[in-house]
Write a protein that binds this ligand. Sequence first.
Ligand SMILES: C[S@@+](CC[C@H](N)C(=O)[O-])C[C@H]1O[C@@H](n2cnc3c(N)ncnc32)[C@H](O)[C@@H]1O
Length: 268
Amino acid sequence: MEPPLNDTIEAINRRAYDAMAKNEHFLTTPVLTSELSKPLEILDARGWLGGNIRGWKVLCLAAGGGRQGPLYAAAGAEVTVVDISPEVLENDRRVAAELGMNLRILNVSMVDLAPLHDEEFDLVAHPVSTCYVVDVASVFREVSRVLKPGGLYVSQHKQPVNLQASLRTINGYYTIETAIGDRTKGVAPGESSWLRESSTAEFAHSLETILGGICRSGMVIEDISEPDHAKANSAPDSMSHRSRFIPPYLRIKARKRGDAKPRSLILS
Ligand SMILES: C[S@@+](CC[C@H](N)C(=O)[O-])C[C@H]1O[C@@H](n2cnc3c(N)ncnc32)[C@H](O)[C@@H]1O
């Protein structure tokens, strides 16, 4: 199959997520009202945000769906939500209106955040989505540009091997099927599952691309976690079984180089 052009990849993923939002796919499900009373417990189990983000300017990047944005707003942040899918962002509009929240909502691609100013944000919160772009370096460049010096970048990515390996066992083993870092072919679409959205175009990026890319864009990595989805005695081919062999995600806490300006100086 001919490799799709980059703009086509964006179109494929926009269409896929538009359809997922219309079909109420779990990745586009809005927040429950009951969750809004404990937003940081849900957003920040590791305590990377320090327990209080009241007044922070937060960019929820590729994070539409009516969940992330409202949770950060409930924690007291001033929130901007960016996503490529208009239907996904419709959920944010609806939830914001229902809850009387003020969300700034932008329908742009994460590879070019031109409407956002340099050094605008205290935090960029970026759920799993670098798999949907070929040029991840441009995303990290943009994140670093819009972060204030000392600002935090908390992101989650599909582990390279998660995207390389078969979804099911073949002769009893999960098998590596996709070459790493192939910028032309991407990942063979698998069945729709917790680990793969079959109608999207995805790319398996190497650790050098992800971790090195963050460092090369002017940020310093402070911590990493591998959210645990494994369960002992789970049935082969289930997500919890596969996760015993392949931790599906990599969560990264990074900070833009440079001293944070004291708030009093920023306000004066
Ligand atoms: C796995 S979802 C993450 C957010 C999820 N709704 C949540 O609540 O955690 C991935 C998101 O990335 C968005 N996306 C895909 N490609 C994008 C791009 N190039 N620029 C911005 N957003 C993109 C999709 O529309 C989707 O909303």
